[in-house]
Write a protein that binds this ligand. Structure first.
Ligand SMILES: Nc1ncnc2c1ncn2[C@@H]1O[C@H](COP(=O)(O)OP(=O)(O)O[C@H]2O[C@H](CO)[C@@H](O)[C@H](O)[C@H]2O)[C@@H](O)[C@H]1O
Ligand SMILES: O=P(O)(O)OC[C@H](O)CO
Length: 500
């Protein structure tokens, strides 16, 4: 592939700016699959990453101090970091407001949670323009510009308005909703048109891709041509390539970590402290899309319906703090804690508590120890672009005894549906039955399923994801593009019909 410089544009930079207790500013490396995957590509291509540092411009350090911190970040990551500074009002209206009170719930089909506050849109436009200006100042026409996620849909449009010619790609990490939901958005035409300003647009699943193409056909009447596994949208003034690129994880990193002595020791001590029982694991960012209350209630229902589970099963629910300043997230935390309290109050016996609840961000090693040792993972979002926890659990489950119970509404189901046990998170009875069935599954079936899951994720890892996007985006090479499957649940458990 042609070696072009890569510029990644995302809401957050891969470093976090933190004020220590004594008031001194520090930077810490960000974590997550995107940073791991893009890091080597950016280093290799002398690339840059443009993003926000998660602070308000009024409060963050400035001048030489900031420059020094950024220089340090650049040295440590091995590629250039270019911060975009946002005022407190911009953070409120662009990030908390338009991104997280409108696009986030709407794109997760949770229309009733949207707050269509009219004052948010101008700030969404303004901040996207700021990001586009940062692209103008920091790139040249040979660079490939890759914009990430729902916070920055307008960057491609703003680049064109600024008269800038760049080859651009865009990847949406969250689902794209069906027409009837998308139509509710007061800015539906602007958002759809802006997405078509990129040269390549990637979605997590074929369903998201079809939802997008369905909206384009219905609202703009543009022709759509199929090419290999991609679609070409033919606009009057150009064309856009659109495709499904299911994101993945750094499989090797999780597997290697799971093999270390430290993780083995932690995993052993988890079971040692909770002896003679099977462990069921839930790990989620605190978010209403992750279906945590539904899952807790389904677990309680299982304890009710199947008394043989009592004293023999414990659910470990890890909730990672997220968007802590938003009232709705605070309310969700209280709701979860109330449900956990009620279930534990109702079922606890001497020597057995049904739910262990952890509310904090875990160090990676500890997280992998839970993945490695828990017999069942319950990954049951109401809707999720992909869900990396499902894949991380399998990569870390090196003894291959674990069972993945997965929501049909996670993007990951489109790839893992054959060997995970699929559930509808709104169907409490089936969830309870599935948990009970998983606990009784024989070792050879567990092993066969987990082995196939691991093999699949290893072959389709994050490196593969980056390469396939850049092959389509930079080299326009659609030949070796992996085909993603169209998945809907079917009555006999297979893949739904694919008549397009
Ligand atoms: N206790 C803990 N301590 C530390 N780290 C923890 C942790 N628990 C989880 N994490 C990390 O946080 C990440 C969460 O992954 P998700 O797929 O749930 O992403 P999220 O919804 O944030 O992002 C969006 O982007 C991703 C990637 O595209 C999509 O899968 C998803 O659907 C979309 O909503 C995982 O990589 C995990 O390792
Ligand atoms: O940047 P945050 O904290 O809003 O989290 C973003 C999530 O990972 C979803 O993309």
């Amino acid at each position: 592939m042609e070696k072009r410089r890569l510029a990644v544009i995302s809401n957050r930079l891969p470093i976090v700016l933190k004020k220590e207790q004594r008031g001194k500013w520090q930077i810490e490396p960000g974590s997550g699959g995107l940073v791991t995957a893009l890091g080597p590509v950016l280093k290799n291509r002398d690339g840059i990453w443009i993003g926000w540092m998660g602070t308000n411009a009024e409060e963050e350090p400035a001048g030489p101090l900031l420059e020094d911190l950024i220089r340090r970040g650049t040295r440590e990551t091995g590629y250039s970091l270019k911060p975009v500074h946002l005022t407190k009002e911009e953070v409120n209206k662009y990030y908390h407001g338009f991104s997280n009170e409108i696009l986030w719930p709407l794109f997760h089909d949770l229309f009733s949670r949207c707050n269509f506050d009219l004052s948010y849109w101008p700030f969404y436009e303004q901040v996207n323009r700021k990001f586009a200006q940062a692209v103008v100042s920091n790139t040249d026409e040979n660079d490939y510009v890759w914009v990430q996620d729902y916070q920055l849909i307008l960057v491609g449009r703003e680049l064109k308005r600024l008269g800038l010619k760049r080859q651009t790609g865009y990847f949406l990490h969250i689902p794209f909703p069906p027409l009837d939901i998308f139509l509710k958005l007061p800015w539906r035409f602007e958002i759809l048109e802006a997405l078509m300003e990129y040269d390549l647009v990637g979605f997590q699943t074929v369903r998201d891709l079809r939802n997008f193409v369905g909206c384009v056909r219905a609202l703009f009447n543009y022709k759509v041509a199929k090419e290999k596994f991609m679609n070409r949208i033919l606009r009057p003034d150009g064309e856009v390539l659109v495709g499904a690129f299911p994101i993945s994880i750094d499989y090797r990193e999780f597997e290697d970590l799971a093999r270390t002595g430290e993780v083995a020791e932690m995993a052993w001590s988890i079971h040692e402290n909770l002896p003679n029982r099977q462990l069921v694991l839930g790990v989620d960012r605190l978010d209403y899309t992750k279906g945590i209350p539904h899952r807790l209630l389904a677990f309680a229902h299982a304890l009710e319906c199947y008394p043989d589970m009592r004293r023999k099963v414990t659910l470990i629910q890890v909730v990672v703090p997220s968007r802590v300043d938003v009232e709705e997230y605070g309310n969700l935390k209280q709701e979860i804690e109330r449900i956990v309290g009620e279930i534990n109050g109702r079922f606890t016996e001497v020597g057995w508590t049904p739910i262990h609840y952890i509310y904090r961000s875990l160090p990676r090693q500890e997280l992998v120890a839970y993945y490695k040792t828990c017999e069942i993972a319950l990954v049951t979002p109401l809707k999720d672009g992909m869900n990396l926890i499902a894949k991380e659990y399998c990569a870390s489950n090196i003894e291959e005894k674990g069972i993945l119970i997965l929501s049909e509404f996670a993007g990951a189901a489109s790839q893992l549906h054959r060997d995970a046990l699929l559930v509808n998170p709104y169907d409490r009875q089936r969830m309870a039955d599935t948990i009970h069935a998983a606990l009784r599954m024989q070792d050879d079936e567990r092993q066969a399923r987990m082995r196939r899951l691991r093999r699949f994720i290893k072959r389709h890892d994050i490196i593969n994801w980056v390469n396939s996007f850049l092959h389509a985006g930079i080299a326009r090479n659609l030949g070796d593009f992996p085909q993603a499957e169209f998945f809907v649940p079917s009555p006999n458990g297979g893949v739904g019909s694919d008549d397009e």
